[in-house]
Write a protein that binds this ligand. Structure first.
Ligand code: ZN
Length: 81
């Protein structure tokens, strides 16, 4: 597998804004996770990101694998409401 992009994930950081508060992670490839309530969730997002193959790889299999891991994906919530 050829991987040109380096993924150096930083440790989860705490965002304390007047409007947004939570844990997030950033990667050297430009990836930014959404904010989570706990540091653990942010760390999970980081691990998740590092497991995701480059876009050139077939998506189906991994997409399904990720969907299983995430308990409540964003799109599910939106679908409900
Ligand atoms: Zn990355």
């Amino acid at each position: 597998m050829a991987d040109a992009v380096e993924h150096n994930m930083e440790a989860p950081y705490l965002v304390t804004d007047t409007r947004r508060r939570g844990w997030g992670v950033a990667c050297s490839c430009g990836f930014r996770s959404p904010l989570f309530d706990t540091r653990e969730e942010a760390q999970t997002a980081a691990t998740d990101h590092l497991e995701v193959p480059p876009p050139e790889e077939p998506k189906g299999y991994f997409a399904r694998r990720r969907a299983k891991k995430q308990q409540r994906p964003d799109w599910m919530e939106r679908r409900k409401g």
